[in-house]
Structures are given as structure tokens and as C-alpha cells.
Design a protein around this ligand. Structure first.
Ligand code: UDP
Length: 238
């Protein structure tokens, strides 16, 4: 494993679940504060940070489709859910004293900027935390794919994916006590073994551009800052 990688610019994927706390949906203000403080620590260390935020705590197109809703229509509703999360996260980050911008893939000009790549890069160069909302703007995609897409566009050094467990396992460690944890995997390992960490579209996008993915547990204060320093437990996909 590489010793203390020094990152210049990173993307953190914040799932909707990460903002949910102990509840079964919605947003827990304490979780928003914890995630925001963690991000602020990374920014303070001199790393440029951008975020892709999910929406699964509010609405998922696929779940709605399983109950009879048109899939594309459900996915658009899911993308709007990510904008709600983005606004709450933006507020949390501002309370940490950070400068932020929300940029949406579906235009909502009264509350956020439209996503324009070169403008996003400029924001980051000025030290602002850019929150990318509304996923890719297309139904049938996920915010994981949006995270790989934006990380490539922003030329990030790595994509950090915060999850419920401290890396990638051979099976769900919460259900299978024999599940093995990996320190490092290749993109092909993840695809071939169908390891349930990000969808195949996201892994393929990262692979094509050699974007390292770092999977870690986000449920502890300071977890993101720790893995950005190269410490703690995580799985690296390269
Ligand atoms: N979504 C979409 N296109 C995208 C990103 C997201 O249609 O590019 C929709 C999709 O319905 C998804 C929902 O938005 O279920 C919420 O995103 P996701 O499930 O990825 O959020 P997370 O699991 O990270 O909370």
C-alpha cells in the first residue's frame, strides 16, 4: 500500500444513506454536521474537494418502478431528491465556514448553478467545495456513475466512496462472518467477481481513466480526513 498519498483534488461520493443517520429515511441534521465537519478538515489540509450527493434516503427510481411507477419518471424524481440533499449539505458546509457552490445536471436556476465543467473547475481552483447534484441528469444511471463521471471531468486524483463498512468484502460482512476484506483490488476484480460496491458503469468509467477508487466507512467522525491522509482502513481499487 502506498504511504501517505498526497492528493491535490478529490471527489467524495456522499450517498443519501450517509445523511440519514439512524432513521429509515430523510435527513438527520447531526449526520449532515458530522459529514460537513469531516469535509472541512480535508479542505483545511489543502486538498480541493468536490462532492456528488445521492438521493436514496428520499427517493429511488428503481424502488418506485418495482411498485409500478414508470422507471424514467421515477429516476427524474430520484434526481430531484439529490438536489434536496445537496441543499442541506451546502448549508452544513457553510456552517463550517466553507465557500460552496451547488451545480445541478438538471437546471434549477433559482436555487443552484447549472453544471458547466469549466466553471466548476474554476470554483475548485478558488477553494470552493462544489456539490454536484441531479446525478448525470439522465434516467437509468446512478449517482455512483455520476461520481465517476464528474471525478474524471474534474481530473480528480481519486474518487472516495463512503459506505457502511470499512472497505470491499468478498460478501456482505454484516450477514456473512466469513466474508474477507480486501486492501487492494483491480477494476477487473471488482467487475469479474461482481463485488457489490459500485455499479459496473461507474467502475468501467473509472477504469478507462485510471481513476483510483477508495472505499471506506464514513460512519465515524473524521473518517474521510483519515483516509485522505492514507491512514485507517480502506480498500483501494486501481
Ligand atoms: N438517478 C438517475 N440518474 C442519475 C443519478 C441518479 O436517474 O444519473 C436517480 C435514480 O432514480 C436513483 C436516484 O436518482 O435511484 C437516487 O440516486 P442513488 O440511488 O444513486 O442515490 P444513493 O444510493 O447514493 O443515495
Amino acid at each position: 500500500r502506498e504511504e501517505s498519498p498526497s492528493y491535490k483534488r478529490v471527489l467524495l461520493k456522499v450517498s443519501g444513506e450517509a445523511l440519514m443517520g439512524k432513521g429509515s429515511g430523510g435527513v438527520d441534521p447531526e449526520m449532515v454536521d458530522m459529514v460537513a465537519a469531516d469535509i472541512a478538515a480535508v479542505v483545511a489540509s489543502g486538498v480541493q474537494v468536490c462532492l456528488v450527493v445521492g438521493g436514496g434516503n428520499i427517493f429511488r427510481g428503481l424502488s418506485a418502478a418495482a411498485r409500478g411507477m414508470d422507471r424514467a419518471q421515477g429516476d427524474y424524481a430520484g434526481m430531484l431528491a439529490t438536489i434536496i440533499n445537496a441543499l442541506m449539505l451546502q448549508n452544513g458546509l457553510e456552517r463550517q465556514g466553507l465557500e460552496t457552490r451547488v451545480m445541478t445536471a438538471i437546471q434549477m436556476a433559482a436555487i443552484a448553478e447549472p453544471y458547466i465543467r469549466r466553471r466548476a473547475v474554476r470554483h475548485m481552483e478558488k477553494g470552493r467545495v462544489v456539490i454536484f447534484a441531479a446525478g448525470t441528469g439522465n434516467p437509468f444511471f446512478t449517482t455512483d456513475t455520476a461520481a465517476a463521471l464528474r471525478a474524471n471531468e474534474m481530473e480528480c486524483d481519486a474518487l472516495f466512496k463512503g459506505t457502511q463498512v470499512d472497505g470491499i468484502y468478498s460478501d456482505d460482512p454484516r450477514r456473512n462472518p466469513d466474508a474477507v476484506r480486501y486492501d487492494q483490488l483491480t477494476y477487473m476484480d471488482v467487475l469479474a467477481r461482481q463485488l457489490n460496491v459500485m455499479d459496473a458503469a461507474a467502475i468501467s468509467l473509472a477504469r478507462e481513466n485510471k481513476l483510483p477508487i477508495v472505499v471506506f466507512n464514513m460512519h465515524a467522525p473524521g473518517a474521510f480526513a483519515t483516509v485522505v491522509r492514507g491512514e485507517g482502513r480502506f480498500t483501494r481499487v486501481i
